[in-house]
Design a protein around this ligand. Structure first.
Ligand code: COA
Length: 335
């Protein structure tokens, strides 16, 4: 059995910055409301026609991660692509990355686990590496939310929160059982599937049916979120799954070198920080600049923490996520 470790990280954010003041011009909201409830000051939005898409952003992040790993695309044995906003309904975005990187017939699999997507993808990559089936695995989290949000007052509780972007990691095998991913814990609770969801179109109601109904009240093609319910569940599940990881890894909370929570909402991250009694240096947040980028938020934040020298050899890194499904999970990494 091998361990897996991250040897390359990359990120890509679209250049177009959308501030809270920009949103004030198109919907009834305020910078004060958004900052107080979420901590967000600005986010990035793709500009239609700028050539970006979910897979294109993923490829940009992946190229940086592969180069930093000292590898070439042909060294990649397996691609895992986490997103809730794939380029197409089908096929998944992973195969588009494989084609763009020109990796001949490399397997590519999409992970549809929303905000927990990157954590699920890392855990999946780890299993394939542990068994020896694959050596180098490329894991991408990428989201293009802005094109599908209701940017009117009607959709403001969601549209002010989400942003576009991508992050990527390259994992490889190591024979040192004391380094890399030490453990992962994954969970889901489908009874709350519709509390944070986008349910239309679906296979019981295809696009032509929705369009022909011509019902302006049918906004099932926009994301729906029961915000307070999500918040209450998130703080409980984040805490539980971080605790489980600490127990399995044999770490104490003071051992944590860097906790990177999924960037859902600054208030959720602050709640978790307080609960574990962590200092500001032990927790990485960048939601104020990018909003919630769902499956991309952890790899973007991990990349930035690494670029800033806050994750170095020996750092005990905790990744934790909660999101639509509900799904949640944690990964403990001895860097
Ligand atoms: C979304 C969230 C910020 C809303 O905050 P909240 O305190 O729960 O606010 P509510 O939904 O109760 O709404 C309070 C008021 O603000 C209004 N409001 C909602 N969005 C607004 C916005 N963008 N700007 C201004 N006002 C807004 C509501 O209409 C409501 O007005 P009312 O009292 O007149 O009815 C909060 O619930 C939250 O952070 N939830 C978790 C979200 C999350 O993390 N999601 C991702 C999980 S992966």
């Amino acid at each position: 059995m091998f361990n897996s470790k991250i040897i390359g990280l990359g990120k890509y954010l679209p250049e177009n910055i959308v501030t809270n003041a920009d949103l004030e011009k198109i919907m009834e909201t305020s910078d004060a409301w958004i900052q107080e409830r979420t901590g967000i000051k600005e986010r990035r939005h793709i500009v239609k026609g700028d050539g970006n898409s979910t897979s294109v952003m993923g490829v940009k992040a992946a190229k940086i991660a592969i180069e930093r790993a000292g590898l070439t695309p042909n060294d990649i044995d397996f691609i895992l692509f986490a997103t809730l906003s794939p380029d197409y309904y089908f096929p998944g975005s992973g195969v588009l990355v494989q084609e763009s990187l020109a990796i001949p017939d490399c397997p590519a699999m999409d992970i549809r686990m929303q905000c927990s997507g990157f954590v699920y993808a890392l855990a999946t990559a780890d299993q394939f590496i542990k068994t020896g089936m694959y050596k180098n695995v490329l894991v991408i989290g990428s989201e293009y939310h802005s094109g599908g949000l209701d940017m009117t007052t009607r959709g403001r509780n969601i549209s002010v929160i989400f942003g576009d972007g991508a992050g990527a990691a390259v994992l490889t095998r190591t024979e040192n059982s004391n380094e890399g991913i030490l453990c992962s814990h994954l969970h889901s609770e489908g009874k709350y599937a519709e509390e944070l969801s986008l349910i239309g179109p679906n296979t019981g109601r295809w696009v032509p049916e929705i369009l022909s109904a011509n019902n302006p009240d049918d906004i099932s093609y926009y994301p729906y979120m029961n915000g307070q319910f999500v918040f209450k569940n998130a703080v409980v599940r984040f805490s539980e799954v971080i605790h489980k990881g600490l127990v399995t890894a044999g770490w104490k909370k003071e051992d944590i070198g860097m906790l990177i929570p999924h960037q859902a909402n600054l208030r959720i991250a602050q709640f978790v920080q307080k609960k574990f009694g962590l200092s500001d240096d032990q927790v990485y947040n960048n939601i104020e600049r990018y909003g919630n980028t769902t499956a991309a938020s952890i790899p973007i934040a991990l990349t930035e923490a690494w670029e800033e020298g806050k994750v170095v050899q020996g750092t005990k890194v905790v990744l934790a996520a909660f999101g639509s499904g509900f799904t949640w999970g944690s990964v403990m990494i001895q860097w």
